[in-house]
Design a binder for this molecule. Structure first.
Ligand code: SF4
Length: 291
């Protein structure tokens, strides 16, 4: 079972942001962390809005405070482009920030840079990923980062999914998360490649996780569905079919985007009436539906 991280959305600059969910000043961030600690939150994830959280001048001050508050897991969503060297990475490790989530669009500079719109971003990200994997030893302590690489697939890069995943193994990731951007892709087109890619991850001791696909299309692979564990039922813009009422996964399934149904119809979806999955897991989720 995944323990979700509480997202802390931080702006790049220490200026007031129009969006109240984006924290800008050091004081506001510290106050928010204080509230989370009081609520008993144990895992937090810093997400940069507009830019990379690593670029904030006060990032170490914020991490020091989070560390003092005793959060068990501190994660940073980062492009990995701005890590300068081993020492710089160590500054994160030493403040308890061992979890890194790094997005990668493709396995080649041309595809990746085209997607980010910035020449050289691929090379910089690769350097950063290598630095994260340096795992420094300091005062006899062996620091090891938990590295998750996230791949957003769309109609351009899904055809290179297998190559991109193989490339990710260079960095020995702990987890690869594949975010499917449906309805840009017909699911029946991507599922064979997707299942092969999951198998490939497992063979390479890397836990794969897929976001954005109804479980009826991924039978025998349910353990790898993000939405399944995170009970993402009732997502706005998603819908269920009449026959979904009889599906074993009805209250766990994220549903199907309406746009997808308009574009590709409903033929691909049919209720799951039996499963080989451990029933205690399903029963737990069914007893604990979304609030
Ligand atoms: S049949 Fe419906 S409820 Fe069941 S997994 Fe598919 S989309 Fe979800």
């Amino acid at each position: 079972m995944f323990v979700p991280f509480e997202n802390v959305r931080i702006g790049t600059f220490q200026e007031k942001n129009q969006d109240p969910d984006i924290l800008s000043s050091t004081a506001d961030i510290v106050k928010h962390l204080e509230c989370l600690a009081q609520k008993g939150t144990d895992s937090i994830c810093f997400i940069g809005t507009g830019s990379d959280p690593v670029l904030r001048k006060d990032i170490f001050e914020i991490l020091d405070f989070a560390n003092q508050k005793g959060f068990q897991r501190i994660k940073i969503n980062t492009s990995a482009r701005y890590f300068k060297d081993k020492k710089h990475i160590f500054e994160f490790f030493k403040r308890g920030a061992f979890f890194f989530e790094v997005p990668l669009f493709a396995h080649t500079p041309s595809l990746h840079d085209k997607h980010t719109g910035e020449m050289g971003s691929f090379r910089q990200a690769i350097n950063g990923l290598k630095l994260i994997r340096k795992n420094p030893i300091h005062r006899r302590m062996n620091y090891r980062a938990f590295l998750q690489i996230s791949l957003d697939t769309n109609k351009i890069n899904y055809q290179y999914l297998a190559e991109t995943i193989s490339f990710c193994f260079t960095f020995n990731p702990d987890r690869i998360r594949i975010n499917l951007r449906i309805p840009e892709i017909s699911l029946s087109k991507i599922i064979p490649d997707l299942k092969n890619s999951l198998e490939c991850c497992i063979e390479n001791n890397c836990f794969p996780i897929v976001k954005g696909i109804p479980p009826c299309l991924m039978q025998n692979y349910e353990y790898f569905l993000y939405d399944f564990y995170n009970k993402c039922s009732g997502i706005p813009g998603n819908q269920y079919l009449d026959q979904c009422q009889t599906c074993l996964y009805f209250r766990i399934c994220p549903g199907i985007p309406s746009e997808y149904i308009e574009k590709y119809g409903t033929k691909e979806f049919s209720p799951v009436l039996e499963t080989t999955l451990d029933m205690s897991c399903i029963n737990y989720l069914l007893k604990n539906p979304d609030p």
